[in-house]
Structure formats: C-alpha cells, structure tokens
Design a protein. Sequence first.
Length: 239
Amino acid sequence: MTSTETLTQPSEAIVEDDFLYRPLSAGAIASAVLGVLSLLVFLAGRDSLQSCLMMCPIPVVSLAVGLHALRNIRSLPDQLSGGKLARFGVVMSAFCLIGGLGYSSYVYSSEVPDGYVRTSFTEMRPDQVEVRTGELVPPELQQLDGQRVFIKGYMRADSTPVRYNVQNFLLVRDNQQCCFGDLSKVKHYDQVLVNFVGRLNTDYSPKLYRMGGILRVHPENIQRGVGHPVYTLEADYVK
C-alpha cells in the first residue's frame, strides 16, 4: 500500500503543476511593446506638432489593447497571466500620449521668435483651384514677400560645397523625399534658397532646421527652372 502511494504522488504533483501554468496574455505583451514605442511621440513632437499627431495612434492602440488585456486577465485569472505587463503598457502609453502632446504643443507655441510670422512648405504649395487658374504662388505667400518669417526644413546635402560655416543652401521640406534624387524633380514649393545675412552661418546636419528671416517671393522664376528658386530667405535666425 505504501509503495502504491509513493508511485502515484509524483504523477499527481505533475498534473497539478501543469494545471497551474498560465500563459502570458498576448494583448499584455503587445501593449507593453507598443507602450515603449510610444516614446516616439516625444521624439516626433520635438520637430513638429503634425509629426507628433501622426505618432499618436501608437499609444492609443496600446491603451486599447492593454485595457482589453486587463479585462481578459481579470475575468480569466486561472487561465491568463501578464497583468503587470498590461498595466505597464497602459501607464506608459497614457504618459506618452498626454505628455507627448503637451510637450509638442509647448514647442509649437514657443518656437517662433518675436517679430516673425510662421509659414511652412505646406502653405507654399498651391491648391488645385490655384493650379487650374495658373496662380502657382498662393496669394497668402505673395503677401509675405518682404516680411520676416519663420520656417522649418532640412538642408539639402548637395546644395552646398562645404560642411562648415555654410553661408547659403537649399532648405527643403523633407529630408527623405526632397534631399535625394535629381534637383529638377523638386517642386518649387518644396525648396527655399537660404542666404545668411551678416556673419551668421551654420554647419551641415541632417537635423531639422528652424530658420527665420526676410522672405522674398519670385513668381517669375517658376518658368526659369532649376537654379532659380521661387522662394528665398535672407536669414538672420537659425536654430
């Protein structure tokens, strides 16, 4: 009798151990991973509010997945584990969503120096109605001619022969779409010729540049092609 009990006890223990095993919730794992990726909201918010908003779906999805995983874990405590992971994902994504939007909003509201008017490459692009009527420079931009403006963009690498103490270069809309390939394919509204005034200069970098200065608009250059920018900036501010 004693030997029989000794043989059956280990198998019962194995069965109990197998029964106690609870797999990690896939939703909890996904929420934790997306929660970490939500930090991209802060990185994007450093450059522009629009970029920040484009990254916001990551923490939103992380929140939804994490909350759903927590509900499943609570309703099936004997079958699922991963509550800590799910809570981490929820907290991280909520922090990045709220904090990232707040940070980006602060940057947006404080980045334009006093005395400058904000403009952008998006505003330089004519809409469909203006294109059909042949007005390829929006009236709003023509009104900014001679005024001090603030604009953000990237330095086109091949627009300057030097890398240090750069005096002039092409500021372009996007460092991935505008800075590579034939310059003749870059639209007139996606580039601004920057000429520094005084002793001001900068060094080449792939970073986002925040530029300020007097905008000059040359609609007649649209027909002249490459080498004749429609928009030029007499820059007195760079960051």
